[in-house]
Ligand binder design. Structure first.
Ligand SMILES: [Zn+2]
Length: 73
């Protein structure tokens, strides 16, 4: 199984785009807005803020990986 298979992306472009978005978050080029619904040490790692660009990358990753226990606020 390849990384792309693991991501559950439909094609290479989708997987490359998702990896690029996650790399932007990891490198700090795209940051969480921290208005209460972003994942952090207090709230845990399962919250997502639909208005936050960093959270939207996580939401896309969740969907690609079949994660169902994240809570989108
Ligand atoms: Zn966020």
């Amino acid at each position: 199984m390849t990384l792309i298979d693991d991501l559950g992306a439909h094609n290479f472009d989708d997987a490359a785009d998702l990896i690029g978005q996650l790399a932007d978050v990891a490198a700090g080029r795209v940051r969480h807005i921290y208005r209460g619904a972003c994942p952090d040490d207090l709230e845990g790692d399962k919250l997502r803020d639909a208005d936050c660009p960093a959270c939207r990358a996580l939401i896309a990753a969740d969907q690609a990986m079949g994660v169902t226990d994240a809570k989108i606020l």
